[in-house]
Design a protein around this ligand. Structure first.
Ligand code: ADP
Ligand code: ASP
Ligand code: MG
Length: 407
């Protein structure tokens, strides 16, 4: 009978130094002794990726994306080789493979490439030889052999995609917290570990700023219904299961609070209020490859209106240049921007069937004198754009208002 395959992913903090790598090796060997096939995905050591990006910034302000991928992919190559050495030094057989060696084929969208196909031949061959396979996360290769990376946090995506390709029975994500919490435990010490969370809620949490997992990896897990177990590499406790449906899912109104400080707001003043203007503005911005999030257009009393929208901070320069050009073309006024904003959001499937949640959220912010600049909602979330200085206080207030420390 075929053995079960388990995919395990260890994040940067779990492999931050030689001691941690040796501890991960022990843990992996422990699983191997349970007689399953093991594929282990690793991130780069600690903050290596940030350090590599910082290095490139010392060379140029505008590094070519192809070369950024060549640079960033080296981080995971180091950790996968070291982990394979650590396992071998403990008397077990292992082999490290880069994304290209595995055959993780992607499109050519450097620094945020999409996986198109995963070859499994090389991994299966190694598993047949009873080797533990260590795969460098976050990277792939195009059909013409160019190295690509999968966007920040992309090792999560490598693990999920490999789980699908190999038909793994479990995909375990090992990190530095014990699972998914009601909010970032670094901001709120009363945050509680959630036992089970749905793909929909998790996708909403991550896309609204909870950096614990990469959003795209959750999208893929949801698409193929691959249950994920997020747990700590520092202890044996069970963590959080991310699944299609949870027990009593409609009863939990607010599952968590997320916060994103990585956005900026752009306002175009005095935009002529006539059909087709918004279409022109946002077509140009999307052509420039900038993702726009919340958009607010004020009511016009004078046939002129202000339009505000948010963009990721790292696209601000590009977005401003494009917006200034289009503002001139359409005869609008000044273009303003503000980097000092944050998005705070509440998320929960139960919001579909409960009302009064938005009012409760706005009231809680008002009581703390926090001004709401923009509001957006989805079926299972409500987000407010506020001043960045108030963000942590807003998260703590909302966590308390919705009694999340009691779940
Ligand atoms: P890794 O290096 O393992 O990929 P990350 O740093 O990407 O780990 O993600 C783990 C971090 O995510 C935690 O240290 C925690 O501070 C942060 N985080 C943010 N929101 C949450 C949340 N809701 N639950 C758990 N962790 C969260
Ligand atoms: N090392 C990459 C990053 O820091 C990928 C990952 O850790 O998942 O974004
Ligand atoms: Mg991560």
């Amino acid at each position: 009978m075929d053995k079960d395959t388990i995919v395990q992913k260890f994040g940067g903090s779990s492999v931050a130094n030689p001691e941690r790598i040796k501890a991960v090796a022990e843990r992996v060997i422990g699983y191997k002794n349970h007689k399953c096939d093991l594929v282990v995905v690793v991130s780069a050591l600690g903050d290596t990726t940030d350090e590599l990006i910082e290095l490139s910034a010392q060379i140029t302000d505008d590094p070519p994306k192809r070369e950024m991928d060549m640079l960033m992919a080296t981080g995971e190559q180091i950790s996968c080789a070291l982990l394979a050495m650590a396992i071998k030094s403990k008397g077990h057989d292992a082999i490290s493979l880069t994304g290209a060696q595995v055959g993780i084929k992607t499109n050519r969208d450097h620094t945020r490439a999409r996986i198109q196909k995963i070859e499994t031949r090389r991994i299966r061959k190694a598993l047949t030889k009873n080797q533990i396979v260590i795969v460098a996360g976050f990277q792939g290769v195009t059909h013409d052999d160019e190295i690509t990376t999968l966007g920040r946090g992309g090792s999560d995506l490598t693990a999920v995609a490999l789980s699908k390709a190999l038909g793994a029975c479990v995909c375990e994500i090992y990190t530095d917290v014990e699972g998914i919490y009601t909010t970032d435990p670094r901001i709120v010490k009363e945050a509680r570990k959630i036992r089970q969370i749905t793909f929909d809620e998790m996708l909403e949490m991550t896309s609204l700023g909870a950096q614990v997992m990469q959003s795209r990896s959750i999208e893929v897990a949801r698409k193929y219904n691959i249950p994920l177990h997020v747990r700590s590499s520092f202890c044996e406790e069970d963590g959080t299961m991310i699944v299609k449906e949870t027990d009593k899912m409609e009863e939990v109104v607010v599952r968590g609070v997320a916060c994103n400080k990585q956005e900026a707001k752009i306002t175009i003043c005095a935009v002529p209020d006539k059909p087709g203007v918004a279409a022109r503005i946002f077509t140009e911005i999307s052509k420039a490859g900038v993702n726009v999030d919340t958009i607010v257009q004020n009511v016009s009393h004078t046939r002129l209106t202000d339009i505000s929208f948010t963009v990721p901070k790292n696209s601000l320069t590009q977005a401003l240049a494009t917006t200034q050009t289009i503002a001139k073309k359409i005869g609008a006024g000044e273009v303003l921007h503000d980097k000092n904003i944050a998005r705070v959001s509440i998320v929960g499937t139960g919001m579909r069937s409960h009302h009064g949640i938005a009012a409760k959220m706005f009231q809680a912010l008002a009581e703390n004198k926090i001004n709401i600049e923009m509001i957006t909602t989805s079926e299972i979330s409500i987000s407010c754009i506020i001043d960045q200085q108030s963000a942590d206080m807003a998260v703590r207030t909302l966590h308390k208002t919705f009694k999340l420390e009691q779940v």
